[in-house]
Design a protein around this ligand. Structure first.
Ligand SMILES: [Zn+2]
Length: 200
């Protein structure tokens, strides 16, 4: 008799596993604790004991939990390769980096778990999603600061930094100067041009 009640497997999921129902192949995967292997619902491998089964929403969750894909039903082949998945997330960030991009939101958009997203992103991009976003925002801020029309706070805001103090601190930390100093440093060349051969 088990003392702890394990997470219940939905009846229709368990039924899908029992009947090798292909209709659920895109819905979930199941791992078998005793073998460390995960399968598609339709896999015709030996019926696992129900108490050994755990359900995963996608292949990454199963891989992340330490399960190996079944050689028979090849469950990881059903999904995008991880590198491609990460690439799609990065592309999304490239377009939306000025918007709030929490790990939770990214996970929802990319249909993964925040934990695996963080882990895989870092593996393929060498930076976390938030570091990736920060880099894009700082580059955008630099670009905006080069124009004289925006205040430092506004340039930060438009680049995606909601908090001006944080923007200035981060800018200084990564660039070795404040946004204001950066702007001033951009000026001499431009000023020289402005006072150049205007008489002609
Ligand atoms: Zn299998």
């Amino acid at each position: 008799m088990t003392v702890l009640q394990k997470v219940t497997i939905p009846a229709d999921y368990w039924n899908a596993i029992c009947t090798n129902d292909t209709a659920f192949d895109h819905e979930f995967f199941y791992g078998v604790q005793s073998t460390g292997i995960f399968c598609r619902p339709s896999c015709r491998s030996r019926m696992p004991k129900k108490e050994n089964v755990c359900i995963f929403k996608n292949a990454y969750a199963a891989l992340g939990a330490g399960y190996r894909p079944c050689k028979r039903c090849k469950p990881d082949g059903l999904n995008l390769p991880a590198a491609e998945w990460v690439e799609q997330i990065a592309e999304w960030l490239d377009r939306h980096f000025t918007e709030p991009a929490t790990l939770q939101r990214l996970a929802e958009i990319s249909h993964g778990s925040p934990y695996h997203l963080q882990r895989l992103f870092k593996r393929f991009k060498n930076v976390s999603p938030s570091e990736y976003v920060q880099k894009l925002r700082l580059e955008k801020a630099e670009e905006l600061l080069k124009s004289d029309t925006l205040s430092v706070a506004e340039a930060g805001r438009q680049a995606g930094f909601g908090n001006t103090a944080y923007f200035i601190t981060l800018f200084r930390k990564t660039r070795g100067m404040t946004p204001g100093q950066f702007r001033t440093a951009q000026k001499p060349a431009e000023g020289a041009e402005r006072h150049g051969n205007r008489q002609n």
